[in-house]
Structure formats: C-alpha cells, structure tokens
Design a binder for this molecule. Structure first.
Ligand SMILES: [Zn+2]
Length: 84
C-alpha cells in the first residue's frame, strides 16, 4: 500500500490531471483504509466545488473559466490554508 504522503500527492495531482487507472486504484485503496486521506480528498473536492460555483456565479452562465495561473494560485492558497 502507498504511504499517506504518496496518497496526498496523488490526490492533489488528481485535481490538475486525470490520474491513470493504476494511480486511481492506489488512491482508492489507500483512502478506504485511511480516514485522514479520505478526509483530505473530500475537503479538496468540497473546495474545488465551492470555487467552481463561486467562479461560475461571478462570471454568469457559460462564462470563461479562470485563467490557468489564477486557478493554480487559488488552489495552492486553499491547500495551504487547509494544512495550516
Ligand atoms: Zn493516508
């Protein structure tokens, strides 16, 4: 089984790129056995959903997505906030 460090790295990455089948399987296997990483994955998902809703609200229906740079900075700040 992968470590928490590996799992959290994969979980973070899954928000930027689609994980491969093997990687998804490893994360799934880990989060089934590890409540801490499951919580991490859920919090990230929640934040991502909140951000998307906020952005969509701000831009209106069919608005353009946030520029890649802004999205990354926002995500990094939120992750920092969660860790702190
Ligand atoms: Zn873990």
């Amino acid at each position: 089984m992968i470590t928490c460090l590996q799992a959290s790295a994969l979980i973070s990455r899954s928000f930027d790129v689609q994980l491969g089948g093997e990687e998804s399987r490893l994360v799934e296997q880990h989060t089934r056995a590890c409540p801490a990483c499951l919580r991490y994955a859920r919090e990230l998902e929640l934040i991502r959903r909140c951000c998307r809703e906020l952005v969509e609200e701000a831009l209106g229906e069919g608005g353009a997505p946030l520029p890649e740079g802004s999205r990354r900075r926002l995500q990094a700040r939120l992750e920092l906030a969660l860790q702190g």
